[in-house]
Design a protein around this ligand. Structure first.
Ligand code: AMP
Ligand code: FE
Ligand code: FE
Ligand code: ZN
Length: 289
């Protein structure tokens, strides 16, 4: 039985481990198939691919794009993308420059709340290109304004709180198109987070391929609900730990939960992922629609 984890973050976005460390940690956890799905960046994928070849982990190149369905922020996962796809990289670069502008605006808001921060204190320690609220939260902890990430989010950074700044909105349909043009398959990340299952048929009409059925924030009831929904709408099942390495936050550990092997075989039946020794993101066929 192979352990399969198709959702993990590195320092290229808001994870704690570098892409290489993440791959080695996967090997140490006996994970045979790992997808790195950083927020809005492909930057960790080439080095992760080299390390995966070296240690014999099967790396699925991925990404997690922040997008919107009307007012609702949703995360769209892309798997089996070509990590060298220029158009996808450009699409993500514009989203990241928006992230940097947003950090400036969050810092301004925090100043008005009597919590001065320099933008540099947020951006410089972020080792990767995709900066966001977790990096603002870390800077607040270093300044002693809050004791934990959770406190930073609960008091200041969650939607509706005084330090929150919305990002410019990318329609989910555009994010899905960018993933597909890069040869990837699209799925809706952690559907249980949104409380709006009605977006699923809407996204299916726009070409959604899969649903993240297996996620640490899904209890047994949501797991069965999304398994039923994905069968109803003819979607593939994806899943993984959403590992960030941030001790209990967002995830309980790499490979937990894992994606059942039979589900992964179904994905492979549509896409041929990269085996050790192959080039990252080699895709034999791509899903249309
Ligand atoms: P951003 O992309 O800048 O809006 O930040 C979103 C990221 O912040 C998510 O991917 C999580 O890693 C993290 N996050 C969201 N909500 C919380 C929370 N309540 N506590 C800690 N981290 C959170
Ligand atoms: Fe994250
Ligand atoms: Fe997410
Ligand atoms: Zn994630």
């Amino acid at each position: 039985m192979r352990l399969i984890d198709l959702h993990a973050h590195s320092t290229a976005s808001d994870g704690v481990l570098s892409p290489q460390q993440l791959v080695r940690f996967a090997r140490d956890c006996n994970i045979s198939v790992l997808a790195i799905t950083d927020h809005d960046t492909l930057e960790g994928l080439p080095v992760a691919g080299t390390e995966a070849d070296r240690v014999g982990v099967h790396l699925v190149p991925g990404v997690e794009i922040t997008a919107h369905v009307e007012d609702l922020e949703v995360h769209i996962l892309g798997h089996f993308i070509d990590p060298d796809d220029r158009r996808l990289a450009e699409f993500l670069a514009s989203s990241r420059s928006d992230r940097i502008k947003r950090v400036h605006r969050m810092v301004e808001k925090l100043w008005t709340l009597g919590l001065p921060l320099d933008v540099d204190e947020v951006l410089r320690p972020a080792s990767g290109p995709s900066v966001g609220r977790p990096h603002v939260a870390q800077a607040m902890i270093r300044r002693g304004y809050v004791a934990s990430l959770k406190e930073a989010f609960d008091r200041y950074l969650t939607s509706g709180k005084p330090g929150y700044v919305e990002r410019s909105r990318i329609p989910a349909a555009l994010a899905m198109r960018a993933i597909k043009e890069a040869g990837g398959m699209t799925s809706l990340a952690h559907p249980g987070d949104y409380g709006h299952d009605e977006i699923i048929p809407f996204l299916v009409q726009q070409g959604l391929n899969g649903l993240e059925v297996y996620h640490p924030e899904h209890n047994t009831e949501s797991l069965f609900r999304y398994e039923r929904m994905r069968l109803e709408y003819g979607l593939l099942a994806v899943g993984g730990s959403d590992y960030h390495g941030t001790g209990g936050l967002r995830s309980i550990g790499l490979g937990r939960p894992a994606l059942p092997e039979a589900r992964f075989e179904q994905l492979l039946a549509v896409h041929t992922a990269r085996a050790p020794g192959n080039r990252p993101g080699q895709v034999k066929s791509s899903i249309d629609g």
